[in-house]
Write a protein of this length. Structure first.
Length: 740
């Protein structure tokens, strides 16, 4: 708004020094008349007194009269002087009052001039209207804005102005943005009305520039969102194109590894599978990053078993860790609730990223994934590794996109540098943050704390109070976790880094007349598990209950170890529940052989075992390699497969077969009619012809949440994401056929 012009004060006019006739000075003349009357009355009184005295004494009368007259004169003179002083005081008071009133009038004139100058010089539009909407005053800025003069506006009405506010209360209205057509075209104003008695004062400030800026920002945001959405779509398309060949690479490699291979062939097939998984992880990271950048990272809380989730992550990474000769262990405190409300998929993604990084950069020791209850009831998740550690100055940089600790061309570890950045953003979306601190003894600890709502209390634990155990295992991450689990159940658990150390412990206990209730021996001990058990029993001087810890690939040795005297086995990484149940069984010394309660793959299980009931399956897949994979799995399960290449052919096959197909496997992305349209058409055909409802399983490389939601809305029973593993396809088909 332009600055108001400076108004110079003029010299004040001199106040009049004499009161106007008839003003407040009139009482002075009245006082003079009263004094004159008193003098006359006094003179008459003196004459009467003198006359009376003369009647008594002719000679003394005149003298008495003269003296009386003099006395009266003196009194009258004093009265006159007092009256004159009172008159002067009153005159001075009146003059002061007149001067004050004159100053007030001058100040009012000056204030009015200043106000008028400010109003005339103001850049804001100012207008006053009466109750009928007629303009009674408009400042020059208002008149100029509408191409008029202030004089021509007086008494006029402008229909383009905002209507007068309703009501009669003297109050200011809330500022509102209005768009008016002016002499310079359309302009935006911030308009405020103030009602004062019978008139409304309005002030309007031009905000066109601000509105233009806001519109520009809105347009820019819309363009950015459109670009971000387009980027997400492009990445989703690229992801789909990557996942389609990866489905063939990983799926067929998995099938190949289930056949009889030579040692070299197994090595090559494993390398191909590992490379495919690395490429899949990179594709997933890029897609997740695009979702986060587009602000489309939505959380879907659900009841989640934290211990099962942590154990699942550890088991997924176990093969990679064991291949490097390091441990990976889960350590979930007993007081962690059995169920909490959290987005399980996102939490799994974060922990998998952190633990995967730990395995990648750790060459000795191991990685521990832990969940513990904090003091305020929240749950703290941590991933500790014994790797090279991270310099404090580099910790924050590693959480940036595409950043890595080692950026040299000779770096040992690959990756795009997105895992930590994605993990931090997900955790921040959950209301926390990922921090990294040095680990005692070397390495790093990544941790974050989430305030999660419990849905079910922690499950009760076996009571192992007064029981004692020895864990015989090389130094690593798993033995401390096992000892902690046993201690939580009340047992005394000690770790022996060698067989000789364990033998010394049991020997000392035997000498003191005590015994251990069980010993857990890692099959990796240099002497071998069978020899280690014999050495420890010899030191104890008696049989001692023992369980062997083996890796999944060494299940074939279980029978030999049972014959060697072991009473149980546990598959590494060991689950807490399995450890405690086996520990309790060892203490009972029942004599039978105890299998790992958590071992999901019993000995002798054949992954290619045929299904219990053969079904007719319609397979709609346009990619030959993916069709080959699906057909191999389905036929391996004993099902009969009818194969088509697109959605139209799938619909025709359903219509052409009496009774339809009990199971339909559809690819969502096919030429012509896609899987979604085909599924809708099949459901409509079933309803129209009163046919049995087929179990429809959709397969897609599009991992967007809306794609899954659209598929379920099309009455598809289940959705599988590519790349498919043979086991995942078997489980899904088995669940659908069992339900049917």
């Amino acid at each position: 708004m332009p600055s108001p012009s400076v108004v110079r004060a003029e010299p004040r006019p001199e106040a009049p020094r004499e009161p106007a006739p008839g003003g407040k000075a009139a009482p002075a003349a009245s006082q003079r008349r009263v004094v004159a009357a008193l003098i006359a009355a006094a003179a008459g009184l003196v004459v009467l007194v003198a006359f009376a005295v003369a009647l008594v004494d002719p000679f003394a009368g005149p003298l008495v009269a003269l003296l009386a007259l003099a006395a009266v004169g003196a009194g009258m003179w004093g009265a006159l002087r007092a009256s004159e002083r009172a008159q002067r005081a009153e005159t001075a008071r009146l003059a002061g009052e007149i001067e004050r009133l004159s100053d007030t009038a001058w100040e009012l004139r000056e204030s009015e001039e200043r106000y008028r100058s400010l109003v005339d010089a103001a850049g804001d539009l100012i207008v006053r209207r009466d109750g009928e909407g007629r303009i009674t005053f408009a400042n020059p800025a208002f008149a100029t804005a509408f191409g008029r003069t202030p004089a021509s506006l007086t008494g006029a009405t402008l229909p383009i102005l905002p209507p007068l506010p309703r009501g009669t209360d003297d109050a200011a209205s809330t500022p509102r943005d209005v768009r008016l057509v002016t002499a310079n075209g359309w302009r935006w104003y911030s308009w405020v009305d103030v009602r004062m008695r019978d008139e409304v004062y309005s002030v309007a400030r031009d905000i066109t520039a601000r509105k233009d800026t806001e519109q520009a920002l809105t347009d820019a945001r819309a363009r950015a969102e459109a670009a971000s959405l387009a980027k997400s779509r492009v990445l989703a398309t690229v992801s789909h194109e990557f996942r389609t060949p990866l489905n063939g690479i990983l799926g067929l490699t998995a099938l190949l590894r289930e056949t009889d291979l030579t040692a070299d062939q197994e090595t090559y097939a494993r390398a191909v599978h590992s490379s495919g998984e690395a490429l899949l992880a990179l594709v997933d990271d890029m897609l997740d990053f695009s979702k986060i950048e587009a602000g489309r990272l939505d959380l879907k809380p659900e009841a989640t078993d934290i211990e099962a989730l942590v154990q699942e992550i550890v088991e997924l990474l176990a093969a990679r860790a064991h291949a490097k000769g390091i441990d990976i262990a889960a350590e979930v405190s007993a007081d962690v609730p059995a169920l909490v409300t959290v987005d399980a998929a996102r939490l799994r993604q974060v922990l998998l990223n952190l633990a995967g990084n730990g395995v990648k950069f750790t060459d000795k020791g191991g990685v521990t994934v832990a969940a513990k209850v904090a003091g305020d009831g929240a749950i703290t998740f941590s991933v500790a590794d014994s790797g090279p550690g991270i310099p404090p100055a580099e910790t924050e940089r590693l959480f940036d996109e595409f950043e890595q600790l080692d950026t040299a061309l000779t770096r040992r570890h690959g990756g795009a540098g997105l895992g930590l950045a994605i993990s931090r953003r997900i955790v921040r979306r959950m209301g926390s943050d990922v921090t990294v601190t040095p680990r005692r003894g070397g390495g790093s600890v990544f941790s974050f704390t989430l305030a999660l709502t419990p849905k079910a209390a922690a499950a009760p634990m076996p009571d192992l109070a007064s029981l004692s155990y020895i864990i015989v295992a090389p130094a690593g991450a798993e033995p401390p976790a096992l000892a902690a689990h046993l201690a939580e159940a009340g047992a005394d658990a000690r770790i022996a880094a060698s067989v000789n150390e364990a033998a010394a412990l049991v020997g000392a206990a035997a000498a003191a007349g005590e015994r251990h209730d069980g010993v857990f021996i890692d099959a990796r001990v240099p002497q071998g598990a069978a020899a280690a058990l014999a050495t420890i029993r010899e030191a104890a001087g008696a049989d001692i209950a023992a369980a062997v810890l083996i890796e999944p690939g060494r299940r074939g040795e279980i029978e030999t170890l049972r014959v060697a005297g072991y009473g149980a086995y546990l598959v590494r990484p060991v689950r807490r529940a399995s450890l405690l149940r086996v520990a309790e069984a060892l203490a009972r010394a029942a004599g039978e052989f105890h299998v790992d309660p958590g071992d999901a793959r019993p000995r002798g299980a054949n992954p290619m075992a045929r299904a219990g009931r053969s079904r007719e399956v319609l397979l709609a897949e346009d990619n030959e390699i993916n069709a080959l994979l699906s057909r191999a799995v389905l036929e391996g399960m004993g099902h009969t497969v009818t194969e088509v290449r697109d959605g139209m052919a799938a619909l025709a096959a359903v219509k052409g077969r009496a009774g339809g197909f009990p199971v339909i496997l559809l690819d969502l992305h096919m030429p012509g009619i896609d899987g979604l349209a085909a599924a809708r058409a099949i459901r409509e055909w079933e309803r129209e012809h009163d046919m049995p409802r087929a179990a429809i399983l959709a397969v897609t490389a599009d991992v967007l949440a809306e794609t899954r939601a659209t598929a379920l809305a099309a009455e598809i029973d289940a959705v599988l994401e590519k790349p498919l593993t043979p086991d995942a396809l078997r489980r899904a088909i088995a669940e659908l056929t069992d339900a049917a």
